[in-house]
Write a protein that binds this ligand. Structure first.
Ligand code: NAP
Length: 301
């Protein structure tokens, strides 16, 4: 059976490996990235490239967007020469970016007006699961659109969940990322507290990860802390953006406000482009006069 033509928008940390997997599985992939040089790798692997978003949406059966935030998706869909400038009727647009529930519902409405279908499909998992096609996908939209997208989800992820109508998948993703933010902050504070008590950092991380408290994220971020390499798998700017979205959805529990403040301050201090666990470097910086924290953790870039 001939595979569908996919238009892919957004070749960042996540978009590039995801689109590469589709190419490797025999899909025809046409790419568009705002910074055009980033298309080169996939073009070498056989992808075609569109001159504009408008052209991309005309030639694709399914268009997938994987861009930064609410503003970026709004620009990509509704900007002049954007995806909705002159789309082919019946095209399925799937937004996989982590964005708020309101913008997802708005995009569904905008697509409806233009006679195209819309599905939100959010992902859990960072670069490695993206490279290995092992993401967890949560989708919101009509049953028929979810079924149509399944061959794509089967390549990108190990499991996909159809959560309900558009909005519910974005909401679910924000719940997961609230827990992610708590986990990163908790891990960072725990490691620094252990150092304060003269416990070796590798020892405390091994102990934690072998105990019932260990998780995929604590194991992954332990490696980052021990290697002292904070290049971004999931940039701190993204978790800060996601916690701001969580706030907009009405989160008001006791840990939330200090958590958001912590990531916002780290972002303002210049840690935005580093991995999200560089919150630990920010804490070393922020509390350096308060206690002898931060033995092996350097707060230098
Ligand atoms: P990234 O590396 O920062 O890439 C962002 C992409 O969005 C780039 O291709 C960028 O284009 C494009 N973009 C930004 N603003 C744009 C605009 N106004 N118009 C057109 N394109 C625009 O981000 P990422 O890590 O791949 O993450 C992408 C999305 O997935 C985010 O919503 C993030 O929260 C979510 N997510 C990330 C992870 C992760 O572990 N990294 C996991 C799950 C979900 P340029 O190249 O021109 O800048």
């Amino acid at each position: 059976m001939e595979k569908m033509t996919i238009g892919w928008v957004g070749l960042g940390t996540m978009g590039t490996p995801m689109a590469r997997n589709l190419l490797n599985k025999g899909f025809q992939v046409c790419v568009y990235n705002r910074t055009r040089e980033k298309e080169r790798e996939l073009i070498k692997l056989g992808a075609s490239s569109a001159n504009s978003l408008q052209q991309l949406s005309r030639i694709s059966e399914v268009v997938i967007t994987m861009v930064t935030d609410d503003l970026a998706v709004e620009e990509v869909y509704n900007g002049s020469n954007g995806l909705l400038a002159d789309p082919s009727p019946g095209t399925l647009m799937i937004d996989m970016s982590t964005v708020g529930t309101r913008i997802s519902k708005k995009l569904a409405k905008d697509c409806g007006i233009k006679g195209v279908r819309f599905l939100e499909a959010k992902v859990s998992g960072s670069v490695k699961p993206a490279e290995e096609g092992q993401l967890v996908i949560m989708a919101g939209g009509a049953n028929a659109d979810y079924s149509r997208a399944l061959p794509v989800f089967e390549v990108l992820g190990k499991r996909s969940f159809h959560m309900g109508e558009v909005g519910i998948a974005s909401a679910s993703k924000l719940c997961l990322n609230y827990f992610l933010g708590l986990t990163l902050q908790g891990l960072a504070e725990t490691v620094l507290f252990a150092q304060h008590l003269n416990i070796d950092t590798e020892d405390i991380l091994n102990l934690l990860n072998e105990s019932a408290l260990g998780s995929g994220i604590t194991r992954l971020k332990a490696q980052t802390i021990l290697s002292n390499d904070y290049s971004p798998a999931f940039a701190l700017k993204h978790i800060t953006k996601d916690l701001t979205l969580v706030q907009k959805e009405g989160m008001d529990f006791p840990l939330f406000s200090p958590l958001l403040t912590s990531f916002q301050r780290a972002f303002q201090m210049g840690y935005g482009e580093q991995d999200a666990i560089s919150i630990i470097r920010f804490l070393v910086h922020d509390f350096k006069n308060a206690a002898p924290f931060g033995g092996i953790i350097s707060n230098k870039n």
